[in-house]
Ligand binder design. Structure first.
Ligand code: DC
Length: 242
């Protein structure tokens, strides 16, 4: 536990953090955003930071093999989340609207390459911890409970079967008019799970003190309630919104 990961509120109490880690397709983003809204807490979409650096690298045609250059790029890339009452927050990269670009497969692939570089991960640590502001933070990612907020009071590892995640992704891509096969997606997901769990830097694994929540076959609203039930009343009461 470090001083930086333990920001305090006006009363000198550590600001409470709920971490939600897990593989893509587990419903993490939707569920953790809904939980943050219900608690009235701040929200960190850490994947968006990796994606933003990936997008900025594309804009600058950066060499993904040049670690020093990428670290400098990471430090100078400004990322702003602007709330949109009608939906997901907008993301501005260096002041430029990039919400849609951030969600493309290209941005995801660049983020994945960049996220495997320890120096880039290190360059993003303090920026992620700065989201820990009163009255509380819900942090969504892969290493929120293990690396970024090891002292978080509640840690969730959200998962779903590879088959269900493939089905969810299949539906999303079909809705976008893309032609993909369920079998192909399932194979990709199984391969990515193995890669993510085995990578030497911040591998995707539950923190020792995380509660695993399996969303296979469970409606989102039920999962939101299951996660909220893990947050002690004392956490909510002692940290009322400013
Ligand atoms: O959750 P996402 O798909 O937006 O994440 C984009 C990429 O960033 C993905 O390859 C995983 C990586 N990532 C990470 O390594 N650590 C995090 N805390 C969040 C995302």
């Amino acid at each position: 536990m470090t001083a930086e990961s333990q920001q305090v509120d006006g009363a000198g109490e550590p600001v409470p953090v709920l971490t939600v880690d897990g593989p893509s397709g587990s419903g993490k983003g939707t569920i953790s955003r809904a939980v943050a809204a219900r608690l009235g807490w701040h929200f960190l979409d850490s994947g968006a930071l990796y994606r933003a650096v990936g997008v900025a690298a594309g804009w600058e045609d950066a060499d993904l093999g040049d670690t020093e250059g990428l670290v400098a790029l990471t430090h100078r890339t400004q990322v702003q989340f602007v709330d949109d009452p009608g939906g997901e927050p907008h993301v501005l990269i260096n002041g430029v609207e990039a919400t849609s670009e951030l969600r493309t497969e290209t941005a995801g692939a660049a983020a994945s390459a960049i996220a495997a570089i320890p120096e880039v991960r290190a360059a993003l640590v303090e920026r992620q911890r700065a989201f820990r502001q009163s009255p509380g933070l819900v942090a969504d990612g892969r290493d929120m409970g293990t690396v970024i907020f090891p002292d978080a009071g509640v840690k969730v590892f959200l998962t779903a079967s590879a088959e269900e995640r493939a089905q969810r992704r299949h539906k999303q891509l079909k809705d976008k008019g893309l032609d993909v096969t369920l079998d192909g997606l399932l194979r990709e997901i199984v391969a990515r799970d193995a890669r993510d769990a085995q990578r030497p830097v911040a591998p995707l694994k539950p923190a020792d003190d995380a509660v695993t929540v399996d969303s296979t076959g469970v409606p989102i609203t039920t999962v939101v309630e299951q996660v909220l039930a893990l947050v002690p009343e004392s956490f909510r009461k002692s940290h009322t919104p400013d």
